[in-house]
Design a protein around this ligand. Structure first.
Ligand code: SF4
Length: 496
């Protein structure tokens, strides 16, 4: 199972809290609007964007259909290049493998490249419990780690923080983790970046073990690929003697030619750049450059169960660009923490309930964390129809199972939070199956129409406060039909 953010309530409650925070809303609005405008400009430069998007979708779908074959091909290629492949069924399994590998080196600390997969499994906390300290080296991840915080965005995990907040975190926390912040540190971006650079440099030079994820894995050669903007990843991937990469099994592409498509769509969709400043690729240890010991931990953790769902599996096409977060009106107001997962925003709303199941209150609430406006689908570079999956998952939540978990199909108990919806749908089903009772009910509704309230009582009040309730007709449709059409038909028959 993936972890949830401890103590985070279901989405509606967490979002209600978040929208009251004006500073948070301001930080998010500024950041998301800036990124979304830049992305739109970067995408508009490419004349065949629609074709690239379709190609990305097709490549991912093909790969997912033959995932078993490509994963075995990858394993053979990595092994032939001097690496070791480990298969992890879930978070606990993956954490155990990584902790044992680090312990085998005799080291008590590791440097990390920004990685969603290791956040998903809670690797830092698992290593901490084993007496191993993990240092985040991506600037935004460093801010989150020093601030004892949780990430709130896929690409910019500290998007909820402004510059003065970051300065205060650096001033108060850096000394506890290593080199302190420079005396009199201001909040200019260059000063903050320099403070982080100095703080991290000593860790890069000391580290014997690096831990990464990967944006892609190329099956034909066993090559892993990390794209980034800061260069910290390049340091972690090349300086340590041992490199451990934890990667979701869906990150595979068959060939370098396939990779070419995503190296065009990912940077424009995520950072609005034509290409990433740093694209690191490595293949085992055979080239005698970089780490001499390489381990690849292939992570399932709910992915094969997701693959079994013919509608929901498209979420596995995701390349974590975060474009859908930046255009989402719900994310912009609620922020990332309300989603209770390392995967916030629209992709989180469809990925977390599939990886973790919809048994918990928070995961059952996530498919409802959307207005279904479709902006996420429009910008997605692999054309994931997020609204379609959201509706599909709502159906699953409202009706309960069946759902596949750890390879076994089970009935889910319907989520507690949507009991009213279930009761209403059951009543509607009963009425539609009993036409006599339905007709009698419609007649009573028509005759008592002047007595109907214009607003609903109880919890329905909030809904009817902003809408006009439809009025019952003076005569039910069935009665009108019988009176007009059937009477006319009978008269025509007797005339013949
Ligand atoms: S769902 Fe699409 S837009 Fe959202 S992060 Fe994934 S690839 Fe990007």
């Amino acid at each position: 199972m993936s972890r949830t953010f401890v103590g985070i309530p279901a989405f509606p409650e967490a979002a209600r809290e978040a929208v009251r925070d004006e500073t948070l809303r301001g930080n998010l609005r500024r950041a998301t609007h800036t990124i979304r405008e830049r992305r739109a400009a970067a995408v508009a430069e490419v004349s065949d964007w629609a074709a690239l998007r379709e190609a990305g979708k097709q490549i991912k779908d093909h790969t997912l259909r033959h995932l078993d074959r490509y994963l075995l091909q990858l394993e053979d290629a990595v092994t032939a290049a001097g690496g070791t492949v480990h298969w992890a069924t879930d978070a606990a399994h993956a954490n155990r493998i990584v902790a044992d590998l680090v312990k085998a080196t005799g080291e008590g600390e590791v440097v990390k490249v920004k990685s969603m997969a290791t956040q998903e499994i809670g690797l830092n906390e698992a290593l901490e419990a084993e007496g191993i300290r993990a240092y985040e080296t991506d600037l935004a991840e460093l801010i989150v780690q020093l601030g004892h915080d949780q990430p709130s965005h896929i690409l910019v995990p500290a998007i909820h923080r402004n510059r003065s907040e970051i300065r205060d975190i650096f001033r108060s926390e850096m000394a506890r983790w290593g080199r302190p912040a420079p005396e009199g540190l201001g909040d200019a971006p260059a000063d903050l970046a320099e403070a982080a650079r100095l703080h991290l440099r000593e860790k890069f030079l000391r580290a014997k073990v690096g831990i990464s994820g990967a944006n892609f894995m190329v099956a034909e050669t066993g090559t892993l690929v990390v794209v980034e903007s800061e260069g910290n990843g390049r340091m972690c991937l090349t300086l340590p003697e041992t490199l451990i990469s934890v990667v979701g099994i869906e990150k595979i592409v068959p060939t370098w030619r396939d990779l070419e498509v995503f190296l065009q769509t990912l940077p424009r969709s995520s950072t609005a750049e034509r290409m990433n400043p740093y694209t690191s690729t490595w293949t085992g240890t055979a080239d005698e450059d970089g780490p001499s010991d390489f381990h690849l931990v292939l992570l399932d953790n709910g992915r094969t169960d997701t693959l079994a769902d013919t509608v929901g599996r498209q979420a596995l096409r995701c390349i974590r660009c975060s474009a859908c977060l930046n255009v989402c009106p719900v994310y912009e107001r609620a922020g990332g923490h309300a989603y209770g997962s390392v995967y916030p925003g629209p992709i989180g709303a469809i990925l977390s309930p599939q990886l973790r199941g919809t048994d918990s209150e928070i995961d059952a609430s996530l498919p409802y964390a959307s207005s279904l406006c479709g902006a996420c689908y429009e910008v997605c570079p692999v054309a994931i129809d997020i609204p379609e999956v959201l509706v599909h998952l709502r159906e699953r939540v409202a009706q309960g199972g069946p759902v596949t978990r750890n390879g076994e199909t089970a009935e889910l108990s319907p989520a507690k939070g949507h009991r009213g919806e279930r009761v209403t749908l059951r009543a509607a089903r009963w009425a539609l199956e009993h036409p006599g009772a339905l007709a009698a009910g419609q007649r009573i509704a028509s005759r008592t129409r002047r007595l109907h309230p214009s607003r609903l009582p109880g919890p329905g009040r909030a809904w009817s406060d902003s809408r006009d309730l439809p009025q019952a007709p003076a005569e039910p449709f069935r009665d009108w039909w019988r009176r007009t059409r059937e009477a006319t038909g009978a008269a025509e028959e007797s005339a013949q």
